[in-house]
Design a protein around this ligand. Structure first.
Ligand SMILES: [Zn+2]
Length: 197
C-alpha cells in the first residue's frame, strides 16, 4: 500500500505553536515521545512562508512559519517531503477554518484545552489524506537507479506557480534528479543534478 494511503502509520507528531507555547499537538496513540528539542530548533528560524526540511536520521521534519503560527510535522524518513508539506498546508487551513485563533489568543487567559476538539479533525485528515486531492503522484525515470520512481508533488505548488514547467529536485538514495512538471502534472524532462550543502 502506498505511503500516502496510510500516512498515519508514518507520522510521529503534528504540532501547531505560537512563539511562546504549543496550541495543539497530535501524536499517534500510545506515543509518549516528546519533541521539545526539535520544536525549539524550529522556532529559532525566523523566516516566514517558506517550508523548511530537517533530516534527523531516523525521522524527518517539515515546518513552516506563517503569520506568527508555526506548523511542524515529524515523520518516518520514507515519507516524501511534498506529502508532509501538503499535510501541513491542509492542517493549517482547517485549524483556521475551525477557530478564530487570533481572537481566542487575545483573551489573555488562553488555555490549549480550547483546541482539543481539533483532534477529531486532524484524525479525519490523516485517515482520508489520500482522498483529499492534495497531491499528485508522478512517475519519473531515474537513470542512476535505472528505475521508474513515484514522485509526489503538492497540487498547490503547481497551481500557484508563477511559470511552467515547475522544477523540483528529488533527492533519493544519495543522489538527486531535477524534474520539470507542467501544469497538467506531467513531467517534461528529468536531469541528473549535482548536489552540495
Ligand atoms: Zn535515482
Amino acid at each position: 500500500m502506498p505511503v500516502y494511503r496510510n500516512i498515519g502509520e508514518f507520522l510521529e507528531f503534528i504540532n501547531i505553536s505560537k512563539e511562546e507555547s504549543t496550541l495543539f499537538e497530535w501524536k499517534p496513540e500510545k506515543s509518549y515521545r516528546r519533541f521539545d528539542l526539535d520544536l525549539n530548533i524550529v522556532k529559532e528560524n525566523p523566516v516566514s512562508d517558506i517550508f523548511f526540511h530537517r533530516d534527523k536520521g531516523n525521522m524527518k521534519l517539515a515546518y513552516i512559519r506563517n503569520n506568527g503560527f508555526i506548523y511542524t510535522v515529524g515523520a518516518n524518513i520514507t515519507v516524501q517531503f511534498q506529502l508532509l508539506e501538503a499535510l501541513l498546508e491542509h492542517v493549517s487551513f482547517k485549524f483556521h477554518e475551525m477557530y478564530d485563533v487570533n481572537v481566542i489568543m487575545s483573551y489573555g487567559d488562553f488555555n490549549p484545552a480550547m483546541f482539543q476538539g481539533f483532534k477529531e479533525i486532524i484524525e479525519d485528515i490523516i485517515k482520508n489524506f489520500a482522498d483529499l486531492g492534495l497531491v499528485e503522484r508522478i512517475q519519473v525515470e531515474c537513470r542512476v537507479c535505472n528505475k521508474v520512481l513515484p514522485l509526489f508533488v503538492k497540487k498547490s505548488m503547481i497551481e500557484n506557480a508563477d511559470s511552467y514547467p515547475v522544477p523540483i529536485v528529488y533527492v533519493h538514495e544519495g543522489h538527486a534528479i531535477l524534474c520539470f512538471i507542467d501544469q497538467n502534472f506531467h513531467h517534461r524532462g528529468v536531469e541528473l543534478v549535482n548536489i552540495t550543502g
